[in-house]
Design a protein around this ligand. Structure first.
Ligand SMILES: Nc1nc2c(ncn2[C@@H]2O[C@H](COP(=O)(O)OP(=O)(O)OP(=O)(O)O)[C@@H](O)[C@H]2O)c(=O)[nH]1
Ligand SMILES: [Mg+2]
Length: 424
């Protein structure tokens, strides 16, 4: 074996080191570039956040404080909450082609939102749930025949969608099926989704309300246990974090515990709670809250009401009286009357909702506890029957478990793309 000249060893080492340094440099350059777009992504605009730029400095401190109730969960809750910070693989599915063009590309926040919506709808998306059962009908079938209409009907009815709404939705599906003996299953699935979206696009202002007056007076109504007080707490948390000053009105004067529950939320969020004596007239408590909000320059009054009365008087008559009194406190108030419906109550909830709609000037629905039901499809029946827009959906008990409702996003989260891949 020939010996290598002694002088060549140092040169070889130098060449190798230079090559390694070059490779490391190129790697660092490329990894920096790929991070850049994420840092530039702008936060989404929200109706309630419209005045965010003008928010006073105190909002920053409040934002941290307001976030506290969400973080103060059990270790299990905290562990579950952490992944929400990072978009999951599932959450990366963008709003697909059905989104109206003017909405443009969803921002990173937006996509994440669908991920958390989907997470909240886990029961409905599970095997035994609304979406899971529908998905199973299409699974592994590239082409399907007219028999699927009956199978879809069965799932819709079992999910409390209601007879009439089920028929409406099936109309378009049947049109698609009538195009041949065997039809491309993805076309049928698309027809189903499109119809679901149409049912949810009720006339009126969907999603979060505008702060159209100072203060904007929001009345929360609904049967006992529906989630009125909790929704007020969630809304106050969010609005204070966005820099909007809230006043809470303890209009459920029939139960001391109800007032206490609102005070706890007020303390957590850091906003004033106006209360009356036990058994006080609820209208007068809300009247006082509006006056206080006017004096202090608050942006919004969130008024709680009773869901059940101990007296013999009728709840609807009492609520009508409250609406009249609120109108006397401020012209144009209440600006929003939101009916809170418990999604786990099924057809029963629908019957109660009809009664509220007949008696009160409702401006929208808050559908709570969607996380607790496998029958997420019931939202279709609610919208179709009441013809009222859904403004928010509740997907848990924590302060940040309230989502602005958007028909496009909701259909994506409930009947999302994942399923089309199976159907195709
Ligand atoms: N899982 C889940 N629970 C919720 C949601 N919203 C409210 N809750 C729970 O439902 C229960 C009743 O909520 P409340 O806010 O007290 O209901 P309410 O309408 O004010 O009831 P009354 O004051 O009795 O009329 C509470 O235990 C809440 O934590 C939700 O979106 N998901
Ligand atoms: Mg309550």
């Amino acid at each position: 074996m020939r010996a290598v000249p002694w002088g060549l060893y140092p040169m070889t080492i130098v060449y190798v080191l230079v090559a390694i340094a070059l490779l490391v440099g190129i790697y660092l350059l490329f990894s920096k570039k790929s991070e850049a777009p994420e840092l530039k992504a702008a936060p989404p605009e929200r109706k309630l956040g419209a005045r965010k730029e003008a928010a006073p400095k105190r909002a920053e401190g409040k934002a941290e404080k307001a976030a506290a109730p969400a973080e103060a969960g059990t270790p299990k809750e905290q562990a579950e909450a952490e992944p929400a910070e990072q978009p999951s693989a599932e959450a990366e599915i963008p709003i697909e082609e059905e989104a109206p063009e003017e909405e443009g590309r969803p921002s990173i926040e937006h996509v994440r939102d669908i991920g958390s919506l989907r997470k909240g709808l886990a029961k409905s998306r599970g095997e035994e749930g609304f979406f899971g059962r529908l998905k199973a009908l299409f699974s592994g079938r590239k082409e399907i025949g007219s028999e699927i209409a009956e199978e879809i009907e069965e799932v819709l009815l079992a999910s409390d969608v209601g007879v009439q709404t089920t028929e409406t939705i099936l109309g378009r599906v049947r049109d698609e099926l009538s195009k041949g003996d065997l039809v491309d299953s993805s076309r049928v699935w698309k027809a189903l989704r499109a119809e679901a979206r149409q049912v949810l696009e009720v006339e009126g202002e969907a999603g979060a309300f505008q702060l159209r007056s100072k203060p904007t007076v929001v009345l929360m109504v609904g049967v006992n246990g529906a989630g009125k007080t909790t929704t007020i707490g969630k809304l106050a948390t969010r609005m204070e974090a966005e820099g909007h000053k809230c006043v809470l009105a303890a209009g459920d004067t029939f139960r001391a515990a109800a007032v206490q529950q609102l005070i706890v939320w007020g303390d957590r969020v850091g906003c004033e709670v106006v209360r009356g004596k036990d058994g006080a007239d609820p209208g007068s408590v809300i009247f006082d809250a509006i006056k206080k909000a006017e004096e202090s320059g608050a942006d919004v009054v969130l008024a709680d009401t009773a869901g059940r009365l101990h007296t013999k008087s009728n709840l609807m008559a009492e609520m009508q009286k409250v609406v009249r009194t609120v109108g006397k406190a401020m012209d144009g108030a209440p600006h929003e009357v939101l009916l809170v419906i418990d999604a786990t109550n099924g057809q029963n909830a629908l019957a109660q909702a009809k009664e509220f709609k007949e008696s009160l000037p409702l401006s929208g629905i808050v559908l709570t506890k969607l996380d607790g039901t496998a029958k997420g499809g019931m939202i279709l029946g609610i919208c179709d029957t009441l013809k009222l827009p859904v403004r928010f959906v509740g997907l848990g008990e924590r302060a940040d478990d309230l989502h602005d409702f958007s028909p496009v996003e909701f259909v994506e989260a409930l009947l999302g793309k994942e399923s089309e891949a199976t159907a195709a």
